[in-house]
Structures are given as structure tokens and as C-alpha cells.
Ligand binder design. Sequence first.
Ligand SMILES: NC(=O)c1ccc[n+]([C@@H]2O[C@H](COP(=O)([O-])OP(=O)(O)OC[C@H]3O[C@@H](n4cnc5c(N)ncnc54)[C@H](OP(=O)(O)O)[C@@H]3O)[C@@H](O)[C@H]2O)c1
Length: 145
Amino acid sequence: MKKKIALVTGSSRGIGKAIAGELIQENFIVYITGRNRNDLELTAEELGSNVRMIQGDFTDDAIIQTSIQSIIIAEKSLDLVVANLGSGTSTSGHDVEIQEYKRVFDVNFFSSVSLAHASAKVMQNSGGNIIFIASIAGCEASGLL
Ligand SMILES: NC(=O)c1ccc[n+]([C@@H]2O[C@H](COP(=O)([O-])OP(=O)(O)OC[C@H]3O[C@@H](n4cnc5c(N)ncnc54)[C@H](OP(=O)(O)O)[C@@H]3O)[C@@H](O)[C@H]2O)c1
């Protein structure tokens, strides 16, 4: 049976890595992402031969688009995208700088919008799926992290 192709962002460790591992068990080839090359290589080695690595900052539109195109060139299809990249780590209080708001929105929101935008274009005729991983931290204040 032909393997399906998945991209899981933010997956060299944490929840993304666990999702990648589960998808491999379900007969997917999984593209994992992260900025740190060493972490990616260690995770790829751990997860086995059905893992492919993309190193880069997935808050960067150009990297997102290039990555999607590279997957299509290599695999001819993309069946599943998991927009997992995100972080609840920030600062709190009335004096948070506007740059910090922008950084948090880039990591948690615009990275997913950009990923969905780029992915939908290549998946629209093939019936692929996009899953967004969110957090309770997006709904309620949880104190200083
Ligand atoms: N942990 C929780 O308790 C929890 C609870 C509810 C929801 N969530 C959600 O689950 C998702 C994953 O959380 P997590 O705690 O598993 O994250 P994590 O442990 O901090 O993992 C972050 C992963 O994302 C990569 N990454 C970070 N910034 C990146 C960037 N700009 N471009 C590409 N890769 C990047 C990291 O590698 P590099 O650092 O090498 O880039 C790493 O592989 C998030 O959306 C989070 O909101 C988490």
C-alpha cells in the first residue's frame, strides 16, 4: 500500500515529535521540522527510515512555501499537514512590548495561517487534511510561564 505523506511542524521534540511517531505507525512518511539541525537529526534517527527533515523557521512565509513545494516535488502529493508549531511561553503584565505580542502571534497564529494557505493550494484537488494544534492558553490566561 502506498504510504501517505504528512508534514508536522515543530516536531523535533515535544508533542510534534509524538504525533510524527504515531503517524509513522499509521504508514505515513513524515516530514519533521525544527530550527536546530542536531535535534532534527537525533529525532530522525530515533523515528526511523520513514522520516524526512526540513530545517528552518516555520514562522517565515518563504520557508513555508519552499518547504511545501519541495515536498510536492519529492513525493508528488501531500495528504496531511499538522500545524503544531506554537508556544505558550511569553511574558505577562501591562508593560509587555508590542514586539513580544507580534512574536507570539507569529509563532502561534500567523505560522498556521501561512502553512494552511500554502498547503491548501496543493491539497485542494487531492482531499488532504489540515489539523491545527491549539492550547487552552489561547482561551484563558494561565499566569506567568
Ligand atoms: N506543552 C504543553 O503543555 C501544551 C499544552 C497544550 C497545547 N500545546 C500546543 O502543542 C504544540 C506543541 O507544543 P510543545 O510544548 O510540544 O512544543 P515544544 O516542546 O516547545 O516543541 C517545539 C518544537 O517546535 C520547534 N520550533 C519552535 N519554534 C520553531 C520555528 N519558529 N520554526 C520551526 N520549528 C520551531 C522546536 O524546534 P527548534 O527549537 O529547534 O526550532 C521543537 O521541535 C503547540 O502548538 C502548543 O501550543 C502544548
